[in-house]
Design a protein around this ligand. Structure first.
Ligand code: IFM
Length: 499
C-alpha cells in the first residue's frame, strides 16, 4: 500500500524522533482558573468578529482538566516526544513579577506524567499568548517584552529544567508579526503594516535573551527556536512576479531566519530600515545569533506569489477562515499570494505539495551552511472530518484518509530529502512533530480548522482517535519492533563472554 505505515517505518532512521505538538492557548481552556492571568488573546478573542463564528477559547479542549487522559492517549499512540507550550499567564500572571505556584504545579504534573509514560518533553516558552499587561504596554512593539521573556525563561528553567529534553524559545515569530501586528488578524489586532517591523527584532531579541537565561541556568536540555518556512514560487517568469516572490521570501522567511543563523538582517531590510530609526546594535545581533543546539522548522506548504495587489492580499484560506468580513484587514500590498493551479488543498485552502518539502530543506541547507540539527517542529493539515458510526451505533470511525496521506507523504519526503544522495543530504534531520495531537482552537479560525489526530467533540469533550492516529500508532509500533529485533540480533551476534 502506498501509504503503508510499515513501509515508511522501515525508511525512518531508528534515532528519528516522532512527536505530536500543541500549544497552551489552543488546548488548555481554564482561562480564569487557579490564578491564571489574562493574555492578549483572551481579550482579542472576545472582540465580535475577531474569531470565526465568535468561537470562544474559554474551554478549548479542556486539556487543563483532562491532561492525564491526553497523556494516556499519547502513550497509547506510542510517540517519542510531545511538544507543548507553557502558558506564560498561568505561570507568571502579570508577565513580570510574582509566580503562580498553581501554574507551576500544572506543568510539573504534565512533565512527570510524560516522563513516566516514556515521552520526551519539548517545551515552547512563547507560542503567541502574551500576558495582557505586556500587550497593554505595547506587546512586541515594546523592546521591554523581550526582557520579560528572558525573565520568564529563567523561571521556567528553575522550575522545569531538570525534566525538559528540548526548549523552543519562540514559535513562528513571522506569524505574530504578520497576523498580529501587520494585518490585525491575530492578537493584539494591530494593522500596522511595515510599522510592525520592530516586532521582528524584539521577538528575536526575546529568543536571544531566553536562550541566554536557559544557558545561564545550565539546563541540560537542548535549545532552539522555531520558524515557519515556506518556499516561495513565482506565479510566472514575469520579472515583476519574480521580484515580488523575492520580497515575500524576505518578509516571511529570511527576515526571521537570517538574523538567527547568519547574524544579520537581509540587505533589503537593512536598506529599508536605513530610513527609519531602527538600527540593531552589535550586542543584540550577537545575542540573537548565538549557536543553537537545534533549529525548529515548521513546514506546511509552499507559497505562490504574483505582482500586484490581487484582491486584497489576504492569503487564500485565510479568507475562508475569516468569513466574509475582511474589511480593514486587506492592506493593498504590491504583491499577493495566489493559488497553485490544480493543487489539492486543505480545508484552509492551503496547497498540499509534499514535493516542496525537499525544496524547503534544500533551500535551508544552501542558505545556512552552519545549520544545526533540524527538527520539523510542526506539519499537518486541517480537513473537515466525517464522523461515522458503525451499524450498531456504538463505535465511531473517523476515516481521515487525506490527513493520513498528507502526513505520510510529508514525513516520507523529508526523510528522503535528507538521506544520502537527497537534495538536502547535508541536513541532520532529527525528527517530525505532527500538528496536532488533537483538534483545537485554531486562532482566528476558531474550531473550524481541525488538525488533530484525535477528534474532539467540543460539546462532550470526548476524544476519538481518527484513522491517522491509528496509522501513526502502527508506524511507531513497527519502528519499535524493528529496534527490538536489531537489539536482539546484535546481542545474539556478540561473542560469549570469556569466563
Ligand atoms: O495552529 C497553528 C500553530 O499554532 C502554529 N503553526 C501553524 C498551526 C496551524 O495553523
Amino acid at each position: 500500500m502506498k501509504h503503508s505505515a510499515k513501509d515508511l517505518a522501515a525508511r525512518i532512521p531508528p534515532s528519528f524522533t516522532m512527536g505530536v505538538a500543541t500549544a497552551a492557548f489552543q488546548i488548555e481552556g481554564a482561562l480564569d482558573e487557579d490564578g491564571r492571568g489574562p493574555s492578549g488573546w483572551d481579550v482579542f478573542a472576545r472582540k465580535p468578529g475577531a474569531i470565526v463564528d465568535d468561537h470562544s477559547p474559554v474551554t478549548a479542549c479542556d486539556h487543563y482538566h483532562r491532561m492525564p487522559e491526553d497523556v494516556a492517549l499519547m502513550k497509547e499512540l506510542g510517540v517519542d516526544s510531545y511538544r507543548f507550550s507553557l502558558s506564560w499567564s498561568r505561570i507568571q500572571p502579570g508577565g513580570s513579577g510574582p509566580v503562580n505556584p498553581k501554574g507551576i504545579d500544572f506543568y510539573d504534573r504534565l512533565l512527570d506524567q510524560l516522563l513516566a509514560s516514556g515521552i520526551s518533553p519539548m517545551v515552547t516558552l512563547y507560542h503567541w499568548d502574551t500576558p495582557l499587561p505586556l500587550d497593554e504596554a505595547g506587546g512586541w512593539l515594546n523592546r521591554d517584552t523581550a526582557y520579560r521573556l528572558g525573565e520568564f525563561a529563567s523561571i521556567a528553567a528553575a522550575a522545569f529544567g531538570d525534566r525538559v529534553a528540548r526548549w523552543v524559545t519562540v514559535n513562528e515569530p513571522a506569524t505574530v508579526t504578520t497576523n498580529g501586528y501587520a494585518l490585525g488578524l491575530h492578537a493584539p489586532g494591530e494593522s500596522q503594516l511595515l510599522k510592525a517591523l520592530p516586532t521582528v527584532h524584539h521577538q528575536l531579541l526575546g529568543h536571544g535573551l531566553a536562550m541566554q537565561a536557559l544557558r545561564a541556568a545550565k539546563v541540560p536540555g537542548e535549545i532552539g527556536i522555531t520558524n515557519v518556512y515556506s518556499p516561495m514560487v513565482p506565479a510566472s517568469n514575469n520579472p515583476l512576479d519574480k521580484l515580488s516572490t523575492a520580497l515575500m521570501d524576505v518578509f516571511q522567511n529570511r527576515l526571521f531566519a537570517d538574523p538567527v543563523l547568519l547574524g544579520k538582517y537581509p540587505d533589503v531590510i537593512r536598506a529599508a530600515t536605513f530610513f527609519s530609526s531602527f538600527s540593531p546594535s552589535d550586542e543584540d545581533m550577537d545575542l540573537i545569533s548565538k549557536p543553537l543546539d537545534f533549529y525548529g522548522l515548521n513546514y506546511y506548504m509552499p507559497t505562490r506569489v504574483a505582482a500586484g495587489p490581487g484582491d486584497g492580499a489576504v492569503p487564500p484560506g485565510m479568507a475562508e477562515a475569516m468569513g466574509d468580513d475582511l474589511s480593514g484587514s486587506a492592506p493593498g500590498a504590491p504583491f499577493h499570494i495566489t493559488e497553485f493551479p490544480n493543487a489539492e488543498t486543505t480545508a484552509y485552502g492551503w496547497p498540499i505539495r509534499p514535493d516542496y518539502m525537499p525544496v524547503a530543506l534544500a533551500e535551508m541547507a544552501e542558505r545556512y551552511p552552519e545549520l544545526p540539527p533540524v527538527f520539523i517542529t510542526e506539519g499537518g493539515a486541517s480537513f473537515e472530518d466525517v464522523v461515522v458510526r458503525d451499524k450498531a451505533g456504538d463505535r465511531i470511525i473517523i476515516p481521515d484518509e487525506r490527513r493520513l496521506r498528507y502526513l505520510a507523504e510529508h514525513i516520507s519526503s523529508a526523510v528522503e530529502a535528507t538521506s544520502p544522495g537527497g537534495p538536502a543530504e547535508s541536513i541532520d534531520l532529527r525528527g517530525y512533530y505532527v500538528w496536532s495531537l488533537l483538534d483545537n482552537f485554531e486562532w482566528s479560525a476558531g474550531y473550524k480548522q481541525p488538525f488533530g489526530l484525535l477528534h474532539v467533540d467540543f460539546e462532550s469533550m470526548a476524544r476519538t482517535p481518527k484513522a491517522s492516529y491509528y496509522w501513526l500508532q502502527e508506524l511507531q509500533d513497527a519502528r519499535k519492533e524493528a529496534a527490538a529485533k536489531a537489539v536482539g540480533e546484535s546481542a545474539a551476534g556478540e561473542p560469549e563472554p570469556v569466563a
